[in-house]
Design a protein around this ligand. Sequence first.
Ligand SMILES: *Cc1c(COP(=O)(O)O)cnc(C)c1O
Length: 415
Amino acid sequence: MAFIDAHREILKKELDDIRQAGIFKEERIICAPQSSEIEVIFPVGSKEKRVINMCANNYLGLSSHPEVVDAARKGLDHRGYGMSSVRFICGTQDIHKQLEAKLTEFLGTEDTILFPSCMDANCGVFEAVLNEQDIMIADRLVHASIVDGMRLAKAEQDTYKHSDMDHLEKKLELHKDRRLRVIITDGNFSMDGDLAKLDEIVALAEKYNALVFVDDSHASGFIGKTGRGTHEHCGVMGKIDILTTTLGKAMGGASGGCVSGRREIVEMCRQKARPYLFSNTIAPVVVEGALAVLNLISRSTERRDKLEKNTEFWRKGLTEAGFIIKEGETAIVPVMLFNAKLSQDFAKDLFEEGIYAVGFFFPVVPKGQARIRTQLSAAHESHHLEKALAAFTKVGKKYEILHKTKQEIIDRYGQ
Ligand SMILES: *Cc1c(COP(=O)(O)O)cnc(C)c1O
């Protein structure tokens, strides 16, 4: 059937509805390697502008690190550009196995299987491991890719209130007769930057004989004393049964993800996980780049230590300037504005000042909790953060939101 005018009209109408609702997403085009300073074209058709990047997941500043780029180039020379195959047919090179072994060592697990992305890892693992006799009990704020992965599985679903251990315990009690119970959580929740209480979760899992699943995409490489992740931070390394993570954030930022954890679970994914069986392998270039990243961050904690210092400076600076930020300790620092339009206007003014940050509002965050989410990087130098802080303060003054209570901001701008 042809794409007739009537079809086009249906979709145009839907797109118009999205625009009307004010939630139409527009890309900003970057004309430089990903870094703490980038050239951006926005809006489309305007001139390139050099800005400080406060919203990348480039936590360790490794996206364009020379050692990583060199390793990727070596991968290109030695193992070619593409694999033209899924892993189990003819898409596994020696370097894919090396990367899996290195991730196992770094994450402190038993075994690891690579996926094209962490989205794919999350979409594959539940269906591969669980059946209709099992129950998945998820934190209500887990990442969208986990929600999708749970939808694809035959096991039943339940949820617990965000980080509410009493509620989780009630659910574990309720489902105690199931074959398998899996507690499912993010390690570092990406919108608020708060960490899961993995020590308490593991204790509950032991009490109720449950498995623990953690998606550590916003933690691997920098949370914990040596950057292993949320499990290291909470003192439960070796006790996470299923750990998924991405190579697309702190760990070089290219692409790829994995399921790491109990040997049999990984083995089951190799047999049954559909995104592993039916989607192309990670390219050799990316595999070599990721190996270089793991070498770098296993060798020294210098970069995660610098990120920690930058985070402290930024959290303290914003608080002293009079902003309301989400309390916490991670490199995700949400600046609360509460009103959706204010978050958009604020981001636009920041861009004028040479600061690139994005305003989030419903449905990405709950209604009335609009914010600018800032993210720190080890690639930020003091002068970047000082300039960014000055810009935030200038724009904050303009909107008269500094040293105000949440209620005062809401009274003025609405929720
Ligand atoms: C970014 C993210 C993903 C997706 O990772 P990709 O490798 O880009 O697919 C999955 N889970 C969480 C929690 C994330 O933050």
